[in-house]
Ligand binder design. Structure first.
Ligand code: IPE
Ligand code: IPE
Ligand code: MG
Length: 262
């Protein structure tokens, strides 16, 4: 893997103590990137894998605790069979190629989504990579695969319904915190920053529940061109935001002051 440049030279204005804990990314624009170069869409996906490797490496270097990448949506099953096959092949190669580096860098890998829809070989590779990196304590790398936010919520409702039916839970006991534990992202903090590339202004069914108070960063850059500098730009933009969670700015400042006293 290529080495990350000396961060002090590329992060002069970044406050490394105020980085997002969880960054989620909708990696979009591979097809257009290829098209612009007269290449097949699959070449765009291959270039997209390289961008993902660079972003993963930098996220780890910056000590970001959770990185969640949207790699394949439930809706993407409607793409041409050959494109799906190429994406699955790239995914398997990515897993094989990154395993050692993930282990060395204490990255715990996991996949979320309707994984049973994936080809058996992919499911096996995902399970093996998850098990082989389970000890990673520095960063959780989550790939959203065959993922859809609405389906995630629906399966949570079904699971909760079963608990209620079995008498293990009262309907009135269900609150937002409990509900979150039935999502694929159980135990993870909500994303602080959600990045979408390629100039689209939509969520495309990604982390619908979890993004309730997430800061959004939308860029025209196509995913294969999203490299270190672009990522740092997004993190810098995040640090310019005032997150209020429905409170007034004065309340937030008072809270921050009291937190820094303790
Ligand atoms: C994102 O790039 C990758 C996947 C959805 C798998 P696209 O393939 O959607 O690229 P565009 O949006 O067609 O350019
Ligand atoms: C979202 O991109 C899914 C991924 C990046 C994996 P799409 O290209 O599928 O989204 P739409 O179709 O433009 O909304
Ligand atoms: Mg797209």
């Amino acid at each position: 893997m290529a080495q990350v440049k000396d961060l002090s030279t590329i992060t002069p204005s970044l406050d490394t103590h105020r980085l997002p804990r969880h960054v989620a990314i909708i990696m979009d624009g591979n097809g257009r990137w290829a098209q612009q170069r007269g290449l097949l869409r699959n070449k765009g996906h291959a270039a997209g894998v390289e961008a993902a490797r660079i972003v993963i490496r930098l996220a780890r270097k910056l000590d970001i605790s959770y990185l969640t990448l949207f790699a394949f949506s439930e809706e993407n099953w409607q793409r041409p069979a050959l494109e799906i096959k190429a994406i699955m092949g790239l995914l398997r190669r990515f897993l094989a190629r990154e395993l050692r580096e993930m282990q060395e860098n204490q990255i715990a890998f996991q996949a979320i989504g309707n994984l049973k829809q994936l080809p058996a070989a992919v499911q096996r590779d995902l399970a093996q990579t998850t098990a082989a990196t389970a000890a990673g304590a520095k960063m959780v790398l989550t790939l959203a695969l065959s993922y859809g936010g609405r389906s995630e919520i629906v399966q949570a409702v079904q699971a909760l319904g079963k608990e209620i039916q079995a008498g293990r839970l009262q309907p009135g006991e269900v609150d937002a915190a409990l509900f979150s534990r039935y999502l694929y992202t159980a135990g993870m903090p909500d994303p602080d920053l959600l990045i979408r590339t390629s100039g689209e202004y939509r969520l495309s069914n990604f982390l619908l529940w979890q993004s309730a108070y997430t800061e959004l960063y939308l860029t025209e850059t196509l995913w294969p061109d999203f490299r270190e500098e672009e990522f740092l730009k997004a993190l810098h933009a995040y640090q310019q935001r005032d997150r209020r969670f429905g409170l007034t700015q004065e309340q937030i400042e008072a809270l921050n002051a009291s937190n820094s006293r303790h």
